[in-house]
Design a protein around this ligand. Sequence first.
Ligand SMILES: [Zn+2]
Length: 135
Amino acid sequence: MAANTSCPFGRFARSSVQAALIQHRAQHPNGDMYMADKCEDKKCFRHGGLKVRGETLHGKVVSAKSRHTVIVERDQTRYISKYRKWARGTSRIAAHNPPCINAKLGDLVDLAETRKLSKTKAWTLVGLSMKGETR
Ligand SMILES: [Zn+2]
């Protein structure tokens, strides 16, 4: 991929995480529509100095009470070998919510792993694939 200033991931384009994000963005063309063009957040992955690496996930915002932080819940299925059954549950992840994304309760969001941002936060939102019914 050539250097493209309009691509928000241009400066990380070589990383496989970013490749996955670009692919996801192609499948959710509305995602960019929800995002503001700029913000002043130092911990923003697009406008600040934050680098993302590691895994990417999708989930739903279940709490947006904190400033610049949302709680994202995702379904989790794991196999318990003792009972030979699949157990269903959910996991909750605290993620950074930069002002340019500004996710609200009920939104479906994309997460990417990043450095430790606070005691409980090591993920950041990188996109918004669908707005929730609450707004
Ligand atoms: Zn931003």
